[in-house]
Ligand binder design. Sequence first.
Ligand SMILES: Cc1cc2nc3c(=O)[nH]c(=O)nc-3n(C[C@H](O)[C@H](O)[C@H](O)COP(=O)(O)OP(=O)(O)OC[C@H]3O[C@@H](n4cnc5c(N)ncnc54)[C@H](O)[C@@H]3O)c2cc1C
Length: 434
Amino acid sequence: MRRLYWFQNDLRLADNPGLAAQAEGEQLLLLYLWPRQRPWCHQNEPGPQRQRFLVESVRALREALAALGQDLLVLQGSPELVIPQLVEQLRIDRVATARTPGAYEEASLARLKRTLSVPVDVHQGDTLFAEADLPFPLAGLPAQFTPFRRAVEEAATPLAPVPAPATLPPPPAVPFDDTPAASARPPASLPLRGGRAEGERRLARFVSPEGGLYRYKETRDGLDPLDGSSTLSPWLATGCLSPREVAAAVADCEAAHGSNESSYWLYFELLWREFYHWRALADARSLFRLHGGSRKRRLHNCTFEPRNFARWCQGDTNFPLVNACMHQLVETGWMSNRGRQLAASCLIHEYGIDWRFGAAFFEKHLIDFDVASNYGNWQYIAGVGADPRGGRRFDQVAQAARHDPEGLFTAKWDGERPKQPDYVTDAADWPIGH
Ligand SMILES: Cc1cc2nc3c(=O)[nH]c(=O)nc-3n(C[C@H](O)[C@H](O)[C@H](O)COP(=O)(O)OP(=O)(O)OC[C@H]3O[C@@H](n4cnc5c(N)ncnc54)[C@H](O)[C@@H]3O)c2cc1C
């Protein structure tokens, strides 16, 4: 049997049930397709740091595969066009991949299945639980996090990580070109590298008695990476690490060194990720709608003022901490959870801009871009998603005083900008005199 395994956000050998299922067979073609930016909101390709982190992750996977006599075919193009051609040319009998959230991703997979005449196996995706172990069907998934968390904590146990395959069938004779080099270098301010080994190193360092695990609940709101929160998200989002591996590492550390509220809280945050992943699968297209799944129309957050959007993207608003966070995002590809909340609240609630433009800008730049967590969190802050309070408008001045009291982060990221009027034209585009 000749098989094809299509890697998506699961760039690793260990704890990859879909890959483990390919161990038998005569030949195995391993494929990766560069992700495309969701074609909307004027963002047309992944930003330089996101691309770099992906290139490094793909290169690391190729090195790990080489040790098993395998390689990775890395191509551009949509799966429903590329994969059928490969299936035909190489007379592939079976295609497999892992389940991934996202309406475009799911539509692409559905088209692929319709086009192919060979079976397509969709394996366990990067969630802690199997769908069958959830205490509710996908259609009955709680709309909010707390009931979801309570029910899964009571009824489900995270799946145990599965080992990497010891052997894999050899690849067919296809030209495995070199992975193109990344155009960007890792910034000195956050020299994180893609790839499994780097992710494992970060995990081992953080989830240890000397690492940040046992202080996490108090420090997780910090604005700098590697200094409060785990900063595991880039490896989780690319699949260099799986959430089951992180949960297992926390459980092992707790078994050896004890648990406290902080060590539990890292698992608690993984449950947020889990919630958004299942919600994204349940919500499908409404994850990308202005009003989410709601029929209620809101009058705010439905404008588009290009000048204010440009100011927000460039970190040139009247909110110095938001500016600092936006500069950090564009330079490093990462932003703290608190920074993301403040930046999103600023775009939505101060400027009244359609939240999806902000989500698309994050999608372009974040090295940890994850469709479910990104769009789910944006909806939450816009009040069209899972927030029981109907949206979060943060008091930017109070938040800056609380999270950056001495202004060090703001100064480091050049957040102070000359104040400007928010609107320079009226609704009919006439200049407003100030
Ligand atoms: C507007 C907005 C957009 C976001 N976009 C993304 C995104 O594209 N990708 C992404 O991984 N996270 C996203 N998040 C969630 C969160 O900000 C990041 O997961 C977190 O900042 C990553 O840093 P960390 O690994 O140090 O997190 P930690 O605090 O150490 O948390 C550990 C892990 O738990 C998960 N997690 C933590 N908080 C959340 C959350 N609120 N929602 C979902 N999962 C969470 C992540 O996998 C994270 O790596 C977004 C949040 C907001 C408010």
